[in-house]
Ligand binder design. Structure first.
Ligand SMILES: [Zn+2]
Length: 405
């Protein structure tokens, strides 16, 4: 056998292992028959691959709970405690962290509030390291730490995790990925490379593979925080643009007579429907109220609150109508505070979405995220799992095992 064909065989084996692990990771336990159908391989080859996963401790095989009719079939499942990642959702006013087992189970979760623009990347990394230590303490000895991911509300260079600009954090060219990777390695002796992604992109991918967009190939996720971001999935792939900076729908100019935006333009969508815009429209103090408070007031019949919801809901719908015309998505997911706007005043948003062309309008569903407030956190987890899913046994062998402290 030539070395070329040996290398190719190894690649084929890795590819097939990756397909099986990805299937189990995203869709849960499967029978051998399902894995045979998935891979198109014969039963004995699939059996060998499953044995490799079981021997490595990544999967278990046993009598399944699914399919109670007929003879019981062996079910293959991933062991969530065999390989874990840490995932972070770094927001303008809070940091949320989780340790997630392979298969997607959130094993532990932490949350920390911070003051807006009170921290730079160095301080953020200190918080990330401290939270990682606390999260990893909750994982039993022997789990492999295979990845780390951070969601940020900014434009990110994916290669090295450089945050090019995050206007609402006040960050420019912050090397978050490199700083976090070095800090983790120094604190824990070893650690994975820390991946960084844009919050809306990660929310879009999470809802696409695990949430409201499962089964659809074209989806737009809108992150509604202080800023407004957009993650756009086209034909099952995240739209990146030439430099990876595409999808900045929050800076789509929608009202030329509107407020000045942090980006320098006037009347960006963010200045009409972002968190601060909603609170300002309702005459509330930015530090003393949440969008939820206005929702509650509107629900109890407060006229000013209702008027705010209608106005902001109208701007929301206008922007969605434009996006529907351009991208023809099957699903638009409203993340953060945005889903409140459609839940409370459906008429206002739907009327304006109605300004889009009839054909794409008839195909789109405007929905709340199925992962609730965790779309971006779960997306950061998926980013962290990407390398394991590409080469399960290779990454598992190279990753540091956690030692209980
Ligand atoms: Zn702007």
């Amino acid at each position: 056998m030539s070395s070329f064909s040996a290398a190719t065989q190894d690649e084929v084996r890795r590819h097939n292992l990756a397909r099986i692990v990805r299937r189990l990771h995203l869709n849960g336990p499967a029978s051998r028959s399902e894995l045979v159908a998935l891979t198109g391989l014969n039963r004995s080859t699939v059996g060998v691959l499953i044995s490799e996963l079981v021997d490595a401790g990544l999967a278990t095989e046993g009598a399944g709970s699914a399919g109670t009719v007929g003879r019981p079939s062996l079910v293959v499942a991933l062991d969530p405690l065999s390989a874990v990642v840490v995932a972070f959702d770094l927001r303008v006013e809070r940091l949320i962290g989780a340790v997630i087992g392979v298969g997607g189970e959130v094993l532990a979760r932490r949350e920390l509030k911070h003051r807006r623009q009170s921290f730079g990347p160095q301080v953020a990394v200190k918080q990330l390291v401290a939270m990682t230590a606390s999260l990893l303490e909750s994982v039993p000895e022997g789990a492999a730490w295979v990845g780390a991911g951070i969601s940020v509300p900014g434009i990110v260079d994916h290669g090295d995790g450089l945050v090019r600009v995050a206007p609402n954090l006040g960050w420019n060219d912050a090397p978050l990925g490199a700083l976090a990777t070095a800090a983790m390695a120094s604190e824990f002796g070893a650690g994975p490379q820390v991946r960084v992604g844009n919050d809306a992109d990660l929310g879009a991918m999470a809802e696409h593979v695990r949430g409201a967009g499962v089964g659809s190939q074209n989806l737009i996720y809108l992150s509604g925080e202080v800023g407004i971001g957009g993650g756009i999935v086209i034909d099952g792939r995240l739209m990146a643009g030439a430099g990876g900076y595409g999808g900045e729908v929050g800076h789509m100019v929608i009202n030329p007579a509107g407020e000045l935006c942090r980006c320098g333009a006037r009347g960006c969508w963010e200045t009409q429907i972002g968190r601060d815009a909603v609170l300002r429209a309702a005459g509330r103090e930015l530090d003393a109220a949440e969008v939820q408070d206005i929702v509650i007031a509107a629900r109890s019949g407060d006229d000013a609150a209702l008027e705010t919801m209608r106005t902001v809901g109208g701007w929301l719908g206008l922007g969605i109508g434009n996006l529907v015309n351009i991208f023809n998505p099957e699903v638009v997911v409203l993340g953060g505070h945005l889903h409140h706007l459609i839940a409370e005043v459906p008429g206002a948003t739907v009327d304006r979405v109605g300004s889009s062309l009839r054909a794409p309008r008839e195909q789109v569903k405007v929905m709340a995220p199925e992962l609730a407030g965790d779309s971006t956190l779960i997306g950061a987890g998926e980013l962290a799992f990407a390398e394991l899913l590409a080469d399960p046994l290779g990454i598992l062998a190279r990753s540091a095992s956690l030692v209980a402290s």
